[in-house]
Ligand binder design. Structure first.
Ligand SMILES: C[S@@+](CC[C@H](N)C(=O)[O-])C[C@H]1O[C@@H](n2cnc3c(N)ncnc32)[C@H](O)[C@@H]1O
Length: 206
């Protein structure tokens, strides 16, 4: 059996429940805080760790072309079946290297990392950041939604310093345009002390 991609631990086993949970929330509600940062005219979106494909389908419905990266087969394959759209390309690739995607030399206007960054340890985040910057067009935006607080059983997750992430991103020409910390919208998680950071960074135009 091949070694699972670091960060994906626990996802395949929970796939059925995650489809129920993630698909039960409208993407526009999940992303209410950063709606104003999503381009209105059609653009190229990269959704990394696309899970059940809810967000990829939403971006496609808004007229964008989407590349959805998801290394967990038990999520990506049913996601493709649930959200068939010619505007979405699904790829089995992963952070930190995104080797398959990067070999194509494409650039994106919007990169989404929703509930993914905290699955990478510091070494993997160091490797991933320049690759993310490289995938963005000048003037493009990356939006990260980062979970803080107790780690769900069976998951590989790390406490991330938002300040450190902003500083690290700055080394690759990405500067902060939005930074908001909120409580979890799910009652059980809120009571357990889960909070989220929504962070948006723009790549400087040369
Ligand atoms: C909490 S889920 C979020 C799914 C989706 N973005 C959403 O918000 O509904 C985290 C996702 O990140 C994926 N993931 C974990 N480690 C990853 C890695 N190293 N590279 C890419 N995706 C990863 C998991 O397979 C899972 O689908």
């Amino acid at each position: 059996m091949s070694t699972p991609v670091s960060g994906t631990e626990g996802y395949a086993e929970a796939a059925d429940e995650l489809f129920r949970r993630y698909e039960g929330i409208a993407a526009a509600d999940a992303h209410r805080a950063i709606l104003h940062l999503i381009p209105r005219s059609p653009c190229r979106v990269l959704d990394i760790g696309s899970g059940t494909g809810r967000d990829a389908a939403w971006f496609a419905s808004l007229g964008h072309r989407v590349v959805a990266i998801e290394p967990t087969d038990a999520l990506r394959l049913p996601a493709m079946a649930l959200h068939p759209s010619p505007a979405i390309e699904w790829l089995n690739d992963s952070l930190p290297d995104l080797a398959l995607l990067r070999s194509r030399g494409e650039r994106f206007d919007l990169v989404m990392l929703t509930a993914v960054w905290m699955h990478l340890d510091q070494v993997l985040r160091q490797r991933a950041m320049p690759n993310l910057a490289d995938l963005m067009r000048d003037g493009g935006t990356i939006i990260m939604k980062i979970r803080h607080g107790p780690v769900p059983p069976g998951r590989r997750m790390f406490e991330i310093s938002t300040e450190e992430t902003i500083e690290h991103a700055g080394l690759y020409g990405l500067h902060q345009v939005f930074n908001l910390r909120t409580e979890s919208s799910q009652e059980a998680n809120r009571l357990a002390g889960v909070t989220w950071t929504s962070l948006a960074l723009v790549k400087a135009s040369k």
